[in-house]
Structure formats: C-alpha cells, structure tokens
Write a protein that binds this ligand. Structure first.
Ligand code: ATP
Ligand code: MG
Length: 234
C-alpha cells in the first residue's frame, strides 16, 4: 500500500500564530481520510496548503512520492469552503466554464452531473439553487478533472440528511474508482461511517493519526485528544 500524499513538518504561520505546526500526515492511496479537529484547529489551513491556495511557511509535501508541485493540481480536485459558482449561470454552464479552462472534453459535464445527481436542473440558474444543490455542484466541479485525490473541506455543510447519506455513498464509492479522498468534518459520527483513517488536529498540531477502529469510541478519543492538546498548550 502506498501513500498518495505525505506531509513532513508542515508549518503555516499567520504572523505569530502557528495555524499549522509541524504537521506530518500520511494518506494512503485509494482510501478515505477524515481530518477532525475543533473550530480554528487548522484543518482548512492544511487543506488549502495541499491545494496550493496557501504557501507553507516551512515543511514538505510529497504527492505520489515526489515533492509536490503546482503541476500536481491537475490530479487534485478540491472543494474548500463555499464552491466557486457563477450564480447567473446554470450548473451545466458553470461546468462548461471549467472544461474550457482545463481543456477537458464536454462529455465530462454530464458524467459529473450524474454522479452528484444534478442532471435535472436544466435551465435553472445556480443562484436559485438550494445550499445543498450548490454543494453538490461544488463536488461536481472538484470531480471534473478526474482527480486522483479529492480534497473536501466539510463537504456535508448545508446538506439535508438525504444529501448527507448520498454524499457518504458517493465518497465511499470513490476509492474503488481509484480516487483517494481527504475530508474535514466536525461530525464525528459522519467520519466514523466514511473514513478508513483519521487524523485529529488541535491548536495547529496533529495529535493522532490511525486507522478507524469500530471498537473505539471516537467521541471519547476526540475529547481526550483535544483536552490533552489544551493542557499541552496551557
Ligand atoms: N488568512 C488568515 N490570516 C490570519 N489567520 C488565519 C488565516 N486563515 C486562518 N487563520 C487562523 O488560523 C487558525 C486555523 O484556522 P483554520 O481555518 O485552518 O481552522 P479550521 O480547523 O478549519 O476551523 P473550522 O472548523 O472553524 O473551519 C485560526 O485561528 C484562524 O483564525
Ligand atoms: Mg475550516
């Protein structure tokens, strides 16, 4: 089993604040990795660094065994915070903009719309979409370039229970198709059902990384890790 992505001692400072402090994570190919941590822990900062939105202060990132470069973004899809949607365009048109930008075949548009179950939105402008529909479109955008690694920052945000269930099924089906997923979440029960491995971040540091173990109480583990992180920093 090889790792598709590894970070070594990754640091990101915002002025004096260490938003990411010596983070070393390993993400196994064709698995789902759940990144957990309280508000302000540094999850989005880490995911933004992996997608090139933020330049790390120090540390290394390896993608497929080689030092990460911007070129790797061709193999990475991401949905971080709210999806970058043109509200006056339809779902199809939004995706068309991207296929043109990335030189992808038009056929991908119908494929990803099918995957996220947004095929029947026709002429509806995305400005009139519900939050969950926008989120689905964001995931479609992230999948458009057939990424090897899909990075999702709190993907269930704004989704109803049906949408959450469907997204869970979708994410679970991706490793079989050769797509590795890293996602962040606050919802422990969600991550428990979806992830193969978890990492727990608090105060900018990675305190825990392991396989998910159904015999372990994830909530108790999470609380314990966050408490210890708090004591360490006190
Ligand atoms: N651009 C920025 N400038 C200054 N500080 C920032 C910036 N982005 C993030 N931070 C700080 O870095 C810390 C980590 O933020 P981050 O968004 O990574 O947390 P998070 O784990 O994603 O939290 P949440 O669960 O609330 O989304 C926070 O204290 C935040 O205020
Ligand atoms: Mg965040």
């Amino acid at each position: 089993m090889k790792n598709i992505l590894v970070t070594q001692n990754l640091c990101k400072n915002f002025k004096k604040q260490k938003a990411n402090n010596n983070i070393s994570i390993s993400i196994m190919e064709n698995s789902v990795y759940g990144l957990l941590g309280p508000n302000g822990a540094g999850k989005s900062t880490l995911l933004k660094t992996l997608t090139g939105m933020i330049t790390p202060t120090s540390g290394e990132i390896y993608f497929n065994g080689r030092p990460w470069s911007r070129n790797d973004l061709l193999s990475i899809g991401a949905l971080i915070e709210s999806p970058p949607i043109y509200e006056n365009l339809t779902a199809h048109e939004n995706l068309k903009v991207r296929t043109l930008l990335y030189g992808l075949p038009d056929s991908r548009i119908a494929e990803v719309l099918k995957v996220v179950d947004l095929k029947n939105t026709g002429k509806k402008r995305t400005g009139h979409f519900s939050m969950g529909m926008k989120q689905r479109l964001g995931i479609a955008m992230a999948l458009l370039n057939n990424p090897k690694l899909l990075i999702l920052d709190e993907p269930t945000n704004g989704l109803d229970p049906i949408g959450i269930g469907e997204l869970r099924e979708l994410i679970r089906s991706l490793p079989q198709q050769g797509i590795t997923v890293i996602l962040s979440s606050h919802i422990l029960s969600e991550v428990e059902q979806i992830a193969d491995h978890i990492g727990i971040i608090a105060n900018g540091r990675l305190w825990y990384e392991d396989k998910i173990d159904a015999a372990n109480d994830l909530e108790a583990l999470f609380m314990d890790v966050v408490r210890k992180a708090g004591e360490f920093n006190a």
